[in-house]
Design a protein around this ligand. Structure first.
Ligand code: K1U
Ligand code: ZN
Length: 173
């Protein structure tokens, strides 16, 4: 099921999420819904708080050409980050049509639980590294605009407030 994506500003996008302790069918359904919502958007990642679920779950697939690689990461943790940094022009499904350059470690090593509760580990680089860091930030209540200066951040927030007012008006009509 495709779930509605929350738009910034929303208090749920600013709150840290809870650790997942039970690996149930309900969790697998959440992951399925998140992947469907991400591919439909379309996006390369999605974190549970973006659909209003305050659990430490993210999905991503950064394959541009070739067979898809849907990934589900539960309770992800960065265990190592490279000193080397890369700049990428990031977007966010909760901040539509706004893009800005963000500097982050070029490579990160991440551990997480899969849907069976088994611990997995992988080193990510390139767009995968940028995306997994962006999504883990969501789980900690942080948005990419928090890396920008206050003026730029405020300008984007005002645009989003206007967009939300317009969408609410359209929904009423
Ligand atoms: O978390 C999100 O809001 C999803 C976001 C992930 C992301 C994008 C860019 C850098 C880091 C993380 C998106 O997917 S925005 C949409 C997007 O980037 C995209 C959409 C269609 C095709 C390719 C990319
Ligand atoms: Zn985002």
């Amino acid at each position: 099921m495709i779930r509605p994506i929350l738009i910034h500003p929303d208090p749920r996008l600013k709150k840290p999420c809870d650790t997942v302790t039970e690996f149930t069918a309900d969790l697998a359904q959440l992951a399925d819904d998140m992947l469907e919502t991400m591919y439909d958007a379309p996006g390369i990642g999605l974190a549970a708080p973006q659909i209003g679920v305050m659990r430490r779950v993210l999905v991503m697939d950064c394959i541009k050409d070739g067979p898809p690689r849907p990934m589900v990461l539960i309770n992800p943790e960065i265990t190592w980050a490279s000193e080397d940094q890369s700049i990428y022009e990031e977007g966010c499904l909760s901040i539509p049509d706004q893009y800005a350059e963000v500097k982050r470690p070029s490579e990160v090593r991440v551990t997480w639980h899969d849907l069976t509760g088994t611990v997995q580990e992988e080193q990510f680089s390139g767009l995968w590294a940028t995306c997994v860091q962006h999504e883990i930030d969501h789980l900690n209540g942080k948005l990419f605009i928090d890396y920008l200066g206050p003026l730029k951040r405020q300008m984007i927030t005002r645009k989003m407030e206007k967009l939300k007012r317009e969408r609410a008006r359209m929904a009423q009509a």
